[in-house]
Design a binder for this molecule. Sequence first.
Ligand SMILES: [Zn+2]
Length: 173
Amino acid sequence: MKSPLLIFSILLLSVACQAQETPKDTATMKPKIEKTDSEWKAELAPDVYRIMREAGTERPFTGEYNLHFEDGSYRCGACNAVLFSSDAKFESHCGWPSFDKVADNDAIIEREDRSFGMVRTEVLCANCGGHLGHLFDDGPTETGMRYCINSLALDFESASDSTSTSSNSQEAK
Ligand SMILES: [Zn+2]
């Protein structure tokens, strides 16, 4: 016969396990770069503008990086901030580039999106506020996360390119 204490400790243990991952509250974060719509319009290609500034979505299975699996990093298509590493990319069969984690926790902003009668988590670049895609918690890898990102919101930098160009990017204090 199980004692109430044993049942209680099992319960406590399972609650403790679930509480390991506390959701990140980034909804109050403000992008570092603030530009007007007309400034962005002048800077970005029309289809990139539609995705990144008007929260558009490219057609599935059409994006440049959907089935792209080279080593390197994926940068923001608007401001060039590093968002995802190729290590985090996986084939999700959903038609858009998918990642199971961000390169840096401060690289993106997550925001509740209630458009189209759905409750989803919108993913934005923390540096420029550009719309990237959505985050789902049905990922097949150990993080359980699926960052579903538009190719048009990304620029890929191959690992071999970055070693030769990163030497003069030091900041003077
Ligand atoms: Zn950006």
